[in-house]
Design a protein around this ligand. Structure first.
Ligand SMILES: Nc1nc2c(ncn2[C@@H]2O[C@H](COP(=O)(O)OP(=O)(O)OP(=O)(O)O)[C@@H](O)[C@H]2O)c(=O)[nH]1
Ligand SMILES: [Mg+2]
Length: 284
């Protein structure tokens, strides 16, 4: 626990692909999860080419605490970025759509207008493909062969812009604790869970320390004031994860707890605030 995991080859590949693509772009739309905008940021973007415009879309705002999302929006705007928050199942904010379309005239040369080139990027499972589908319409066909643009990626036609999805181009921070926390919002890539019991107990302890238990308590109708292990047992009983002899299957309970939390079934939760240190730093 707390061990740093390095993926040097992987990271370098992401950076190279970002560099190759960024020369062709007018805009990079970085998607982050509104519940954890720092956790779902990517270190590769810290040294993104300066001339590349990066705007931020905080996705899954329907699963986050709306006042904390407003704090994040304001905070990120102070760093000079344009920022939106959205529940992408309701579509793309009109103001974002218009802002993209407004980039168009400034990208023209000799009054020959071309489509604005937008990449949707972000760490795994934050909603990149959903955003792309919402921008261009679900049945949009891939636009083949954009001249001079990185091969092997498909562009999709929007209204005055073309959009490319970039799965795997941005990786999360490489700290093992980050990957464990990403599982709390259903965004872990690969298997990072050693034991569901320990994992769920770590998460319950976090919720208790941050006074974030009320939504879970009312969703499951359980008392959240005991030890994490006792609470997990209560979760298992409540959700019917009981095995022979009346004992609770803690592994199964841990798994269902984390999955329910990540999908928003246990209420709206924001796991970090702009003024606080990175939340993973307090994990072991
Ligand atoms: N509640 C909610 N769910 C969302 C929202 N945006 C995306 N999702 C869900 O989040 C999951 C991941 O969305 P994708 O669009 O596949 O995410 P992605 O970033 O393309 O994922 P990868 O390509 O695997 O990295 C899907 O189940 C979406 O339906 C949102 O704003 N609110
Ligand atoms: Mg995708």
């Amino acid at each position: 626990m707390g061990r740093t995991v390095w993926y040097p080859g992987h990271m370098a590949k992401g950076r190279r692909r970002l560099e190759a693509l960024s020369g062709q772009l007018d805009l990079l739309l970085e998607v982050r999860d509104a519940r954890a905008p720092r956790l779902t940021s990517s270190p590769a973007l810290l040294d993104a080419p300066e001339k590349l415009s990066v705007w931020i879309l905080l996705s899954k705002a329907d699963l986050a605490d709306s006042s904390i999302t407003s704090d994040w929006t304001e905070y990120l705007r102070r760093s000079g970025r344009r920022v939106w928050a959205a529940d992408l199942s309701n579509g793309v904010p009109q103001t974002l759509r218009r802002a993209i379309e407004e980039l168009r005239p400034s990208t023209s040369s000799n009054r020959v207008y071309r489509d604005v080139r937008v990449a949707v990027a972000g760490t795994p499972n934050v909603g990149k493909s959903t955003l792309l589908n919402r921008l261009v319409g679900r049945r949009a066909a891939a636009v083949g062969g954009v001249p001079g643009v990185t091969k092997g990626v498909s562009w999709f036609k929007g209204h005055g812009y073309i959009v490319v999805d970039t799965p795997g181009i941005l990786d999360p921070h490489s700290d093992a604790r980050v990957h464990r926390m990403l599982a709390w919002i259903s965004s872990s890539k690969g298997q990072v869970i050693g034991s569901w019991t320990n994992h769920a107990c770590e998460c319950i302890g976090f919720l208790q320390r941050h006074n974030m238990t009320s939504g879970v308590a009312s969703a499951l109708e359980i008392d959240m004031s005991g030890s994490p292990a006792d609470i997990l047992e209560a979760v298992g009983r409540r959700l019917g994860r009981v095995i022979r002899g009346g004992r609770v299957d803690l592994e199964a309970s841990g798994k269902v707890f984390i999955e329910s939390l990540g999908s928003g079934k246990l209420g709206r939760l924001s796991f970090e605030r702009p003024e606080s240190p990175p939340p993973w730093s307090e994990l072991q």
